[in-house]
Design a protein around this ligand. Structure first.
Ligand code: EPZ
Length: 427
């Protein structure tokens, strides 16, 4: 398996193009199921999870074509056409590798009137239940049964009636499944306490471009008026706000600076505030966001929260930055029950972090030391890379498949900033 070797402590400086957002791409791709016309997505990031989703859609008979991109380009253009579906089953061997596969449930149910999807199971950061996905689809009129590790969903003859549902907790995925099911329902659907992440807004914008009728986009209260059919569209995936925040942390921990082309400050306010509280200079510029170290790193205390709060997907990366702060930071992870897998590995690099339940106390240290470390989940892996960039000596990050799920051509982008980094195979 590949590993990355990083030799700290080069000061990063330069420009990085921000790729299309993974967590938008993974909900835009299944929208191809909602129409028999071609859906063209631009700025799709080259990620293992996007490849996995393409493969899953091919299993249903969706044709996919990659066009117009050279190997050196970041991002791809993909046209997906679901003229007719040859299967409505998402099998275990595909779903277990990528839990976002559950996002075919809503659109498949809306298009075909039925869907059978393997239960995704848990992952490193938590048991990741899907009860809210099932409850909201039942509220729209679906019949749901669980059998042999699969979810079987069925719409009444004539299609889903639509309905109303109030989410007890904010769920990005369940909101996405609900939206993709409701757009072709027979009647009106209202969702309360719906997720408001920018990726949800991206999904709603695509659905509207396909002919859906949605009110309250970007708010917690969304109304969808079902329409008989949707048509194809061409749509640009939004920039990845988590990738952008990750590279910002990498630049600041090395005392450097980065111009993040394509980043949108309006979608990153909580991250920008945290970076500024940590002592960084953050400035929107034409075409992106400029971030620079500006004196010592200062401690930060915050809790993760649903958007517009501080993103749980940025917690590990910010923690890596704060290991070098002058003082003690307190981070509280409120979304997932086990999202501190990066802590023992950061401590092996000389960090001083204590965890108590969902709270991590990060005592700043004057230096980090390179080590061999193991990636456990996507964002934890990035936090180890960030720490390695600032650590004295060599850091080897193993199990890179975690990183490849969410960061397009990571080592190339970091090399653009002057990092001493290389990917080597076979360890
Ligand atoms: C999405 O996961 C993202 N993944 C995650 O990003 C992100 O961390 C998460 O939203 C929160 O922002 C994609 O978009 C592909 P949730 P999702 O449903 O939809 C509980 C990354 O690193 N819950 O908002 O699975 C759940 O256990 C990944 O890019 C239920 O209890 O997250 C969690 O505690 C990691 N029942 C909380 O809600 C349900 O049916 C939020 O989960 C669903 C969720």
């Amino acid at each position: 398996m590949d590993k990355i070797i990083i030799r700290g402590t080069a000061r990063l400086s330069g420009t990085v193009p921000v790729s299309g957002a993974k967590n938008s791409a993974l909900t835009l791709l299944p929208c191809a199921l909602l129409t028999d016309e071609p859906l063209t997505l631009r700025n799709l990031p080259r990620l293992a999870d996007v490849d996995g989703f393409q493969h899953l859609l091919n299993q249903f008979g969706v044709s996919t074509a990659i066009a117009g991109t050279r190997p050196e380009d970041f991002g791809r253009v993909m046209t997906l056409t679901a003229t007719r579906l040859t299967s409505t089953v998402a099998p275990y061997e595909l779903v277990r590798k990528m839990r976002a596969s559950i996002l075919v449930l809503g659109p498949m149910l809306a298009r075909a009137g039925e869907a059978t999807v393997s239960l995704p199971g848990g992952c490193a950061i938590g048991n990741r239940p899907i009860d809210l996905h099932l409850k909201v689809l039942e509220a729209l009129g679906a019949e749901i049964e669980l059998a042999a590790g699969y979810v079987r969903a069925r719409a009444p003859d004539g299609g889903l009636p639509g309905g109303r549902y109030s989410f007890p907790v904010v769920s990005v995925g369940a909101t996405e499944n609900a939206l993709m099911a409701a757009v072709l329902a027979k009647g009106k659907t209202t969702l309360h306490n719906a997720a408001r992440e920018p990726e949800i807004v991206d999904l709603c914008n695509l659905l509207v471009a396909m002919g859906a009728q949605i009110e309250g986009i970007g708010t917690s209260d969304v109304t969808i008026h079902g329409v008989p059919r949707l048509h194809g569209a061409t749509y640009q995936v939004m920039p990845d706000r988590i990738e952008a925040g990750s590279y910002a942390c990498a630049a600041v921990i090395t005392g450097g600076e980065v111009m993040l082309t394509g980043a949108r400050i309006a979608e990153m306010e909580a991250t920008v505030q945290a970076l500024r509280d940590a002592g960084a200079h953050v400035e929107p510029r034409p075409g992106g966001l400029f971030v620079a170290a500006d004196g010592p790193i200062r401690p930060v205390t915050l809790s993760t929260a649903p958007y517009p709060g501080f993103a749980t997907d940025m917690q590990a990366q910010l923690m890596a930055l704060l290991t070098r702060a002058e003082g003690t930071s307190v981070l509280t992870e409120t979304i997932f029950e086990n999202r501190y897998m990066h802590v023992p590995e950061l401590n092996r690099m000389g960090a001083h972090i204590e965890t108590k339940g969902r709270t991590a106390i990060v005592h700043g240290v004057p230096k980090l030391t390179g080590a061999e470390v193991m990636a456990t989940d996507l964002r934890a892996s990035m936090s180890l890379v960030i720490a390695g960039l600032a650590a004295e000596g060599e850091t080897q990050v193993h199990r890179l498949y975690h990183l490849d799920r969410g960061y397009e051509r990571l080592e190339e982008k970091l090399a653009l900033l002057g990092a001493d980094i290389e990917r080597v195979g076979g360890d």
